[in-house]
Design a protein around this ligand. Structure first.
Ligand SMILES: [Zn+2]
Length: 170
């Protein structure tokens, strides 16, 4: 797995510290009776994600294709975007109507968190797609946070379009 490694040092430290604090907080809080057992799994998982991003200094790059097959790569990115809607369409009724009403009251957060993993995976596989042409993130560049992702129709690093528009080779 390739990583973008674009974070400045202060951000790497902040992410890593926040991540490890979450992990230790989740573990120690429960042992000392200050936190509910329901927070352990989400606390450790969220902490591990932050710690990894901090230690790696960036976000993972999920490969699409190489520059010899740019149109295949573009289709892959569009398919990943579509997959989010398909997963969500199945997930919402399944999670909300079938599973959540049966979850034990003291473990609602944990059950919801584990249920949400497929949604997160579908989203991040799309959001972290590598550009088939330049190999950097298609949807992210240094200045673009996740909440500004939608919708982007060209590579934020080299300008390659998803619409079959101008795809001049750099
Ligand atoms: Zn690009």
């Amino acid at each position: 797995m390739k990583w973008s490694r674009t974070f400045p040092t202060w951000a790497r430290i902040a992410f890593a510290v926040f991540g490890f604090a979450n992990i230790f907080g989740a573990l120690l809080g429960t042992r000392m009776g200050r936190a509910s057992i329901d927070g352990v799994v989400p606390g450790i998982a969220v902490g591990a994600v932050f710690a990894t991003v901090g230690l790696k200094g960036g976000f993972p790059l999920i490969p699409t294709t190489g520059p010899d097959a740019v149109s295949v790569g573009i289709r892959t990115i569009r398919r990943r975007q579509l997959a989010i809607f398909i997963v969500a369409a199945v997930w919402i009724p399944l999670a909300m109507i079938v599973v959540m009403p049966k979850a034990p009251a003291n473990l609602q957060t944990t059950v919801f968190f584990i249920l949400a993993v497929p949604l997160f995976v579908a989203f991040f596989v799309w959001a972290l797609s590598a550009c088939p042409r330049c190999g950097r993130h298609f949807l992210l560049n240094k200045g673009i946070p996740f909440w500004a992702l939608w919708p982007r129709s060209r590579c934020q690093n080299c300008g390659l379009g998803t619409d079959g528009g101008p795809t001049h080779t750099a």
